[in-house]
Design a binder for this molecule. Structure first.
Ligand SMILES: [Zn+2]
Length: 299
């Protein structure tokens, strides 16, 4: 989008060019003078003209809704990309946004001296579209955040993503497949469709991505994998149930038969120290027989 300052600069430039063209100065001389490029009518699909058009900096983009100027754009594709990036795409309430495609036209604006219709002796300055080209801009949904300190590690455990053992989580779709993967750390899902279709044009065979929130099944699997991993370093054996990792520490008693809190704290500290970085343990406050329940958590 153009800032006020950029718009002012552009207006000044247009006035300068127009005045000098109307005064009869050679377009190439004006362009060289102002450090601008020129184009002949071979690069203008909708118009023919004599001589050269002086190109304004940047480019214009439009998907059919509105023309937007990008004076800083170095290329037409960059202007088309900015147009999509700046726009309001998709439904913010859609909790499973998928890949989208938008066709955007982009072109450069040229100023050219043309004869006034009906009065061949008079000249006027007109704008023309140079190098007008259509770009299809693909936008993938944002990846959700992973668990604290982790980056997504996409896996295909048969027990969570289903399908067949040789190819878990993969189903045929048209000429391609739909693949479901789950993150080893946070349990969220990534669904990739290699035969996606554009709703607006009907084009098929595209690759789309969407993410689905973790559910009880994936979180339970993540907890089981975490428990397996943590069990190697833990002095107590760990269990994973309902997405929760826990262990039990036998209550140590003093001479009076009361719980020895200092001794219990030392036990907990020993467990904490044994866990890998990013993990800790804490009492849950519940007891089972003569054992205190301890939950293993990220932190
Ligand atoms: Zn993740």
């Amino acid at each position: 989008m153009m800032t006020k300052q950029e718009r002012k600069r552009e207006r000044t430039l247009i006035v300068q060019i127009t005045t000098r063209l109307l005064a009869g100065e050679d377009a190439q001389v004006i362009a060289d003078d102002l450090g601008l490029q020129t184009a002949d009518d071979s690069r203008c699909a909708r118009y023919t003209y004599d001589g050269v058009a002086i190109l304004l900096p940047g480019a214009v983009a439009d998907d059919g809704n509105a023309e937007v100027e990008y004076p800083e754009a170095d290329t037409l594709r960059e202007a088309a990309q900015s147009y999509v990036d700046d726009g309001d795409r998709g439904d913010p309430d859609d909790d499973e946004p998928s890949t989208s495609w938008v066709d955007v036209w982009a072109w450069r604006v040229g100023l050219v001296l043309v004869p006034v219709e009906g009065d061949e002796d008079k000249r006027d300055v007109d704008t023309v579209e140079i190098d007008r080209e259509r770009y299809t801009i693909k936008t993938d949904p944002d990846e959700p955040e992973c668990a604290d300190g982790c980056e997504h590690d996409w896996r295909s455990p048969l027990s969570v993503v289903g399908g067949i053992a040789e190819n878990p989580g993969v189903w045929g779709h048209g000429g391609g497949v739909v693949m479901t993967e789950v993150c080893r750390h946070c349990g969220c899902y990534r669904v990739t469709d290699t035969w996606a279709q554009r709703m607006d044009t009907g084009e098929q065979g595209l690759r789309s991505t969407k993410y689905r929130e973790a559910d009880d099944e994936s979180l339970a699997w993540v907890a089981r994998k975490d428990a397996e991993m943590l069990d190697e370093s833990s002095p107590y054996s760990l269990t994973a149930r309902d997405g929760r990792i826990s262990t039990a520490i036998e209550v140590i008693r003093n001479a009076n038969g009361d719980e020895d809190e200092d001794a219990m704290t030392r036990e907990l500290e020993t467990l904490r120290a044994a866990l890998p970085a990013g993990w800790t343990a804490d009492w849950t406050g519940s007891y089972s027989g003569d054992e205190a329940d301890v939950e293993i958590i990220r932190g």
